[in-house]
Design a protein around this ligand. Structure first.
Ligand code: AMP
Ligand code: GLY
Length: 422
């Protein structure tokens, strides 16, 4: 069978890498892919990104199944378009993807269905937003309603910062349409975890848990990024916590969507905040897998992903039992100079070692130019180490990171630190 993966990041490289390991696979196409998927002889990059053109390509090449990585094509309705042409695709419809593409939609949905989340109010009027902030006090969180590539959230520690964020989004239009409406919500303290499941419209299949590291620098300092590393499993999600999240968040979300007339299919990612008493709340939903969470999750995924994907598009996920590598996987992102504000492109990358059973390097912002690999985006690589403990997995990852070189590389030295605490 032939499969198409849509996207160009580390997440898509990891998904394509795993799909290509299946014995049933004839070819894995990645659109548009990156320098890493270009180098892998089992993968083929396709320079297309428009959903219409992708659908035509799928028909022409007789591709059996499409898996979508990023949120943008999902929010644009790629799933609706493919299904209207009878093509099999795993992801949420445009309507279902609103759980991610509109924070206002997601918050109203959670409130309506009693799903635990931070208290909030939505605004389009800056004056009213300023008044609300003064009433509520700081810390407080300001979010652009629409998709903003992970940059639309300001955790304001002071009132001044909060007022500034409102002006940036509503008055100065700094986030464009995404910030024409904002959500202001209660600040939640605690430890975050990423809880990702697959949904086929009827059944829910949880993947291994993970934890992201959103800040640029060690000890969770510096600006927010798309994610500087992730590890799996996340020990804060004990079996009891897992059951509770399924009962209080995941199942009510799927059932709530159905009650509202929307069948949810695809990956559903609940970003959790777990307070010091062990109560989980939903910070956000994503309608896709996380990046970089996918990289350590795929490194631990032992089942045949092609078979699982087929069950997912055929509505038979209830028959699947996933098998996981018992080891911990730690994924360290190596980012370009200037990331996250203005990543530099064109630095030559050297020293990526061949994959071993203990370590694999996934590419994101890389491209092959005249036979040389160079940086082409913010997050460049994600080096995933596997080991019997967080410490051993860290050692595997960082031994490899130390061999890789490009000018201005930025990475954290402490990926997995919360796992060491538990
Ligand atoms: P989001 O895109 O909604 O997940 O927000 C990005 C990041 O902002 C999260 O991963 C958290 O670290 C932080 N964040 C979002 N909402 C809150 C909140 N209500 N309280 C505290 N931190 C938050
Ligand atoms: N790693 C966070 C995300 O993918 O949204």
């Amino acid at each position: 069978m032939k499969i198409l993966v849509v996207g160009s990041g580390g997440r898509e490289h990891a998904l394509a890498w795993k799909l290509a390991q299946s014995e049933r696979i004839q070819m894995v196409y990645v659109a548009p892919g990156n320098g890493g998927t270009a180098r892998d002889i089992r993968l083929v990059n396709v320079q297309l990104s428009d959903p219409e053109q992708l659908a035509e390509f799928v028909v022409k090449e007789n591709i059996g199944l499409t898996v979508v990585g990023p949120e943008i094509p999902l929010a644009a309705g790629i799933v609706d378009l493919f299904r209207a042409r009878g093509l099999k695709i795993f992801g949420p419809t445009r309507e279902a993807a609103q759980l991610e593409s509109s924070k206002d939609f997601a918050k109203a949905f959670m409130q309506r269905h009693g799903i635990p989340t931070a208290k909030y109010k939505s605004f389009t009027d800056a004056e009213l937003a300023h008044v609300y902030i003064d009433e509520q006090g700081a810390p407080i969180v300001i979010k652009a309603d629409g998709l903003a590539a992970g940059k639309g959230v300001v955790v304001a520690l002071s009132l001044a910062e909060a007022h500034q964020a409102v002006d940036d989004m509503l008055a100065d239009n700094r986030y464009g349409d995404a910030g024409a409406r904002i959500v202001i919500e209660e600040f939640l303290a605690g430890e975050e975890a990423s809880f990702i499941v697959m949904c086929d419209g009827k059944n829910v299949l949880p993947l291994a848990t993970s934890q992201d590291h959103k800040r640029l620098k060690d000890h969770d300092e510096g600006p927010n990024t798309g994610g500087m590393g992730a590890y799996s499993p996340a020990p804060i999600v004990t079996p009891e916590m897992h059951a509770r999240v399924m009962r209080e968040i995941i199942n009510p979300t799927i059932h709530g969507m159905a009650k509202d007339g929307i069948v949810f299919t695809g990956f559903l990612y609940a970003g959790l905040m777990i307070d010091d008493k062990g109560n989980p709340k939903t910070l956000e939903f994503n309608c896709r897998m996380g990046d970089p969470e996918t990289q350590p999750i795929m490194a631990r995924f032992k089942s045949d992903l092609v078979a699982v994907m087929e069950h997912a598009v055929n509505g038979t996920l209830d028959t699947v039992e996933l098998e996981w590598d018992r080891r911990t996987a730690v994924g360290v992102v190596m980012a370009a100079a200037g990331y996250p504000d203005s990543p530099r492109k064109g630095d030559i990358i050297d020293g990526i070692p061949a994959e071993t059973p203990e370590c694999v390097t996934f590419h994101a912002g890389t491209e092959q130019v005249a036979g040389k690999l160079q940086t082409s985006g913010g997050r460049v690589l994600c080096v995933v180490g596997l080991g019997d403990s967080v410490k051993m997995a860290q050692k595997q990852a960082y031994d490899t990171v130390d061999q890789i070189h490009f000018n201005g590389a930025q990475y954290r030295r402490d990926i997995g630190w919360r796992g060491l605490k538990h």
